[in-house]
Design a protein around this ligand. Sequence first.
Ligand SMILES: CC(C)(COP(=O)(O)OP(=O)(O)OC[C@H]1O[C@@H](n2cnc3c(N)ncnc32)[C@H](O)[C@@H]1OP(=O)(O)O)[C@@H](O)C(=O)NCCC(=O)NCCS
Length: 194
Amino acid sequence: MTASVPGQSDPSAPFGLRRMGEGPSDWALVVALVLSCSTASLRSRFALPRAPTREELLRRFRGFLLAGPPDGVALLATAANEPVGLLNLVPDHDHQAEMAVLVADAWQHHGVGTYLTASVREIGRWQGWTVRAVVETDNRPARALLRRHRVGPTRCTSIQFGQWQYTITVAAPQRPTSQETAWTTTSSPAAAPR
Ligand SMILES: CC(C)(COP(=O)(O)OP(=O)(O)OC[C@H]1O[C@@H](n2cnc3c(N)ncnc32)[C@H](O)[C@@H]1OP(=O)(O)O)[C@@H](O)C(=O)NCCC(=O)NCCS
């Protein structure tokens, strides 16, 4: 399914937003995104001890990168219809879910991660859920993102083995029309890193 959070198809939205399904065209976009990321970024995204090859990563983690239907969500940020970032939210139990974000290297520090995380709140479905994010202690961009996002109240709940775990309680959407069922297709306005 290709979709956007309602209210974000306005021209002022900084990026396009697609809700990913499991079809080949969506997978092709994920592959393109992964190919545009450095192995260092990919290692950080999956908190892996060593940098994997992109091929290995695509083979091993396809399920996570598309997760995820039916229960989770994978949101792709686009610029000029090119993939620039991906957020995965994978539910496990009791209204808890794990979140991870990956932004193409050329687009890092341009607001893509902030835009994607804000979208989790606007979907509405996740309101009141506890979302966990695990980042390595030396991952300054991820920690900055988790300090400054507006998804909801955030706490650092554990620090161990060189990783920090944050928990976020997802707040109510800020936009009145936010319902997952109301998603519609959108284009992506931005063309190149500004
Ligand atoms: C972490 C990541 C998702 C951040 O996404 P992003 O699009 O670059 O982040 P944004 O541009 O929205 O910026 C978010 C905050 O991080 C800060 N930031 C971004 N890149 C930074 C950098 N290289 N160094 C320091 N701070 C940085 C921004 O200044 C901003 O903080 P501010 O609001 O105080 O200014 C991205 O760097 C990434 O994909 N890294 C590799 C994968 C990863 O580590 N994922 C996180 C674990 S799941």
